[in-house]
Design a protein around this ligand. Structure first.
Ligand code: ADP
Length: 189
């Protein structure tokens, strides 16, 4: 399937190192990078009703409303050339987003989907997030983000596991160790 562009979904709890690993993959495979978290933070900076809704969600560690996220993703996919590969960082986060994403991918003729889950222990997650110091990385919000992640994303993992396209990677090691494991599961042929 070498002539098919890659569509990688990189899933994992907050602090799992998704962003770091995604950027390494972007360089290696020349992928377009779509981060719904970066998008949410950008919208949160806008003086609009939508900006206010997103600011509130981020401050509470909740997910941003799906229609905002899904519209963005569909728009970004529509801009891609058919041969361009893509990696999603932090999307889909719930079952509705997963089903919508599949619709969008099939609408744009994208067939090769790889779902990678970075599994990291809760202790490591908290340690990493407290070192990072982003504005939603305060201890009280971190706890909510992790709870929200587990509650909502469990169904996404189950969905892709049942379809036998979920690759689970132990994300507890160093950046390079984890990256090597990811390359192994991509096994691009
Ligand atoms: P983290 O994975 O560390 O939480 P992200 O940058 O992926 O970092 O997400 C930060 C915040 O942005 C999330 O807590 C959530 O409020 C919002 N967000 C990101 N992606 C999505 C998404 N796919 N759907 C809804 N909200 C999202």
């Amino acid at each position: 399937m070498k002539n098919q562009p890659l569509n990688i979904l990189l899933l994992g709890p907050p602090g799992s190192g998704k962003g770091t690993q995604a950027l390494k993959l972007v360089g290696e495979f020349n992928l377009k990078y779509i981060s719904t978290g970066d998008f949410a933070r950008q919208i949160a900076g806008e003086k609009s009703e939508e900006g206010e809704r997103v600011r509130r969600a981020l401050a509470e560690g909740k997910l941003v409303p799906n229609e905002i996220i899904d519209n963005y993703v569909e728009g970004e996919l529509s801009k891609l050339k058919t041969y361009e590969g893509v990696i999603f960082d932090g999307y889909p986060r719930d079952l509705e987003q997963a089903l919508n994403l599949e619709k969008f991918l099939s609408k744009f003729g994208r067939k090769k989907i790889l779902v990678i889950y970075l599994d990291v222990s809760e202790g490591n997650i908290i340690k990493r997030l407290l070192k990072r110091k982003r504005s939603d990385d305060k201890p009280s919000i971190i706890k909510k983000r992790i709870e929200e992640y587990i509650k909502k994303t469990k169904s996404v993992l189950k969905y892709f596991r049942d379809k036998e396209i979920l690759k689970e990677v132990d994300g507890n090691g160093s950046i390079e160790e984890v990256y090597k494991k990811i390359l192994k599961v991509i096994d691009y042929d």
